[in-house]
Structures are given as C-alpha cells and as structure tokens.
Design a protein around this ligand. Structure first.
Ligand SMILES: [Zn+2]
Length: 264
C-alpha cells in the first residue's frame, strides 16, 4: 500500500530526469536553466542533458533513495552526496558534479559515475545526523568493528537506507567511493582502504590536508570501515567545514574531485 502510494507520487512528480525532480535539491533545476541559457565559447548553446533518476530503495519514512548515472567508461565511481542529515554542505557539489564531469572532453568515455544524491533524506528533512529512527547510517554496515547500539543499530544493515546502499555497492562494484560529510571546525580528506594516493592527489589540488583514520575517533560499522578495510575498495571521505557555504565548498574542491574520479 505504502509502496503503491510512493509509486503514484513519483508518477505525479514526473520521473523524467534529474533536473527539477529532486525535492531536496533545487540546484538541479538551476543547472538546467544555466545549461539552456548558457552559450559556449563558439556561441553555440552549451547543452547538458542530465541523466535520469533511478530509485534504489526507500527511507523509513518512504522517501526515495535516488541514483543518477552517467558515462560509459571502464572506471566506475560511486559518489554519495550525503549520509548525515545535518551535514549538507556538499549538496551543491552533488548537484553540480554530473555537468562538470560531462564538460570535460572525453571524461564520459573514461568513467561511469554513479551518484547517490542522499542516503538519508529523512535526516536531511529533519536536520538530524541519524535517520528518522535516530540511527547513524554511517555506523550500520557489516564491518569487523560493528558495535550494536541504539544509535548504530541492533545489527548491521537493520536500517533500510543502509541496506539500499549496501546492495548498490555490491551490485556496482565501484573502483572508488567518495562520500561527503562536514566536520565542526575543520575540513580535510580522509580515506580507508587502498586510497592513500588518491587522498594525496585530492589534497594537492584542493589544499585540504589528508587526515588518516587513525587520527580520528574510532568509527565502528562505518561505510569506510566496511568498504575500505573490508571490501578493499578505495574510499575517500570528504569533510567540508560545518557551515561552509555550499557553492564555496564546491568551487574549492571541484578540481580535486574531478581529478580523483578520473584517476587510476
Ligand atoms: Zn558526517
């Protein structure tokens, strides 16, 4: 019954593509306006056709978890725009990234980008770190260090949002995962798994320093622990400074993000 209602809602909203659809991210619409109004250096219109959203699951409160996909290259990158609902400084980054990647000649032949805009839409709406049940979706994965708790979940993957991301990861088998967060009073790039060279590259191009996981408090059951240390897939955790203006956050990390997405 609930799923049927959600499906009807999707149809009513017009599931035609990223632009103008996502209720949490008005920038998609802005991007479309920019693209259709803009002209390239030659005077011809700058055209970017945004990819269509796919729903990979639903939050506790029935909000869709949405994925966009673009590019056909052999290198696959999963980019996660948000996981803590009170850390949305990266929302413009997630919104602008597809167009920025598409504007690089040849990039879409090198890379397939899978973009999960927000794995915690209930938390985003409520401006809370956890989901609507108060569970931290960055502590609910089947890592060796998972710790059962009211705030981390009774067992790994007992939250639908975490399950959807888990299944997406296993289906896609990306070469790199990038996830956006924000941190009070600091900004840096953190990594888990075989990603130190990518973190260094990111630091060089953004002037965000590398902060290794062992310099941060333990994060049991985190996405980084599971993906990086468990699956051995490189994962970069980008921590914007809490309260950073989202367009500034994007502009100061754009080159670094595009570089690590394309790097081998
Ligand atoms: Zn966070």
């Amino acid at each position: 019954m609930r799923v049927t209602a959600q499906a009807s809602l999707l149809v009513a909203l017009g599931l035609t593509g990223c632009v103008g659809f996502h209720p949490l991210n008005p920038s998609w619409g802005r991007g479309a306006a920019d693209a259709s109004d803009g002209t390239g250096a030659s005077g011809s219109p700058a055209v970017f056709t945004p990819p269509a959203w796919q729903t990979i699951g639903y939050s506790h409160e029935g909000r869709p978890l949405q994925v966009c996909r673009l590019g056909t290259g052999p290198r696959k990158v999963l980019f996660i725009g948000g996981i803590h609902g009170d850390e949305r400084e990266g929302r413009i980054t997630a919104a602008e990234l597809p167009r920025a990647l598409a504007e690089i000649p040849g990039a879409l032949d090198e890379v397939e980008l899978v973009l999960l805009e927000d794995v915690n839409p209930d938390g985003t709406v409520q401006n809370t770190r956890g989901n609507s049940r108060g569970v931290d979706l960055n502590r609910n994965y089947p890592a060796d260090n998972f710790k059962p708790s009211r705030f981390f979940g009774a067992e790994p993957l007992d939250q639908p949002e975490a399950r959807a991301l888990h299944d997406l990861l296993l289906r896609e088998e990306p070469d790199l995962v990038i996830v956006l967060h924000s941190w009070r009073g600091d900004h840096f790039i953190n990594y888990d798994g075989p990603a130190s060279h990518l973190a260094e590259r990111f630091a060089m191009l953004s002037h965000y320093r590398v902060r290794p996981s062992d310099s941060i408090s333990p994060t049991p059951g985190s996405l980084g622990s599971w993906v990086g240390n468990g699956l051995k897939i490189p994962i970069l955790t980008l921590e914007y400074e809490r309260g950073r203006e989202p367009w500034a956050a994007w502009s100061e990390t754009k080159d670094a993000i595009l570089s690590v997405i394309r790097a081998d």
